[in-house]
Ligand binder design. Structure first.
Ligand code: ZN
Length: 344
């Protein structure tokens, strides 16, 4: 495990005086359907004064409330392109179900490009270390009682590009209709995505079948061979997703825990051992690395994008990722943690 030469991320240190940062609070209407409630999404946070240039959503910021610069606010207008405002992802599109891709009004309101906020400058790749894996599968589940959302983004370990993404809303299998309704309203209503959840959610079993087809298509796994992922590993923020939640959901959905969930990388453990600082969650890591929040916190696909941005930043800083937790093959209930120093 490499040790950072400094606690300040390289891409922040490289900022020039004329590289003005804009962190904008943007009011967004997530879904324009009259059936769907409006929501406020945040991009940026006034406490995050400088972000890595390479990880900022470079275009599409519509300044509504606050803007901060590394120099002075008066420079903002002259250096910040305002050609296209930031847009929330179309969550029908992310699940392969958008029927409005030829509707200019819809396209003007929603982003149909999952990698838009995940672009890294080529110049920042020069300090990348060689990795043990070719691909990272960033995963951030949502749902406390049962899993409600299953988003995965594949990041190429050499180019840091988004290879592809997989996103499904998940229908609980053991909850009454009324309970699901309340649960979804409480969880997704405030984000304005309850309608799309109801329109698209499918059972966990079906989600995993589709996920398996998808990873097979990317040559990362083969159904016939089973086993763990090939040249790739899941990256999560904490151990909860794969240590606790997926096995619980497999019991509820009456499935065997798939072999590809047997090991993972807990980004918080890598963060602790690389930067020598403890981060309790995604928001802490983002704040410390000065990465502005994109989209809605606690919407799984947006959190997955933000965790991907933390991952990209750590790779740019020279971190080498390795498996941090592995289930014992003969007794899968036992998880071995591979770092001595870890977040408990
Ligand atoms: Zn769409």
């Amino acid at each position: 495990m490499q040790i950072a030469t400094s606690l300040v991320p390289r891409i922040v240190r490289n900022l020039g005086p004329d590289q003005t940062m804009v962190l904008a609070s943007v009011c967004l209407l997530r879904y324009c359907s009259p059936l769907v409630s409006n929501s406020m999404s945040l991009i940026g946070n006034s406490t995050l004064s400088r972000a890595p240039l390479s990880l900022l959503p470079m275009r599409g910021l519509q300044v509504a409330a606050s803007s901060l610069t590394s120099n002075s606010a008066s420079q903002l207008e002259s250096v910040t392109p305002m050609t296209e405002r930031w847009k929330p992802l179309c969550l029908y599109y992310t699940q392969g179900k958008c029927t409005k891709t030829d509707d200019p009004l819809h396209l003007a309101k929603f982003n149909h490009n999952c990698s838009k906020d995940l672009q890294v400058n080529a110049a920042d790749l020069k300090c990348l270390r060689s990795q043990h894996l070719d691909y990272f599968l960033v995963l951030d589940l949502e749902g406390k009682v049962e899993i409600l959302e299953f988003p995965v983004i594949i990041i190429d370990a050499k180019t840091l590009d988004v290879v592809d993404f997989f996103h499904r809303f998940v229908q609980p299998s053991k909850m009454s209709e009324q309970r699901v309704k309340e649960y979804i309203e409480g969880k997704y209503g405030k984000l304005g995505v309850d309608r799309v959840w109801h329109d698209t959610a499918i059972p966990f079993k079906d989600v995993l079948q589709q996920f398996e087809t998808w990873i097979t298509h990317h040559c990362l796994w083969e159904r016939e061979l089973g086993g763990t992922l090939r040249r790739a590993a899941f990256v999560t923020c904490g151990n909860w997703d794969l240590k606790t939640k997926v096995p619980q959901q497999c019991v509820v959905s009456r499935m065997k825990l798939p072999q590809y969930f047997m090991e993972w990388i807990n980004l918080k453990d890598v963060y602790l051992n690389f930067y020598h600082r403890r981060a309790t969650g995604m928001m802490t890591m983002m704040k410390e690395l000065r990465i502005p929040l994109v989209g809605s916190h606690h919407l799984g696909i947006d959190d997955t994008k933000n965790i991907s941005r933390v991952l990209q930043c750590m790779l740019v800083d020279g971190a080498v990722l390795q498996i941090t937790a592995r289930r014992n093959s003969s007794s899968p209930e036992n998880v071995e943690f591979l770092f001595k120093n870890r977040i408990r």
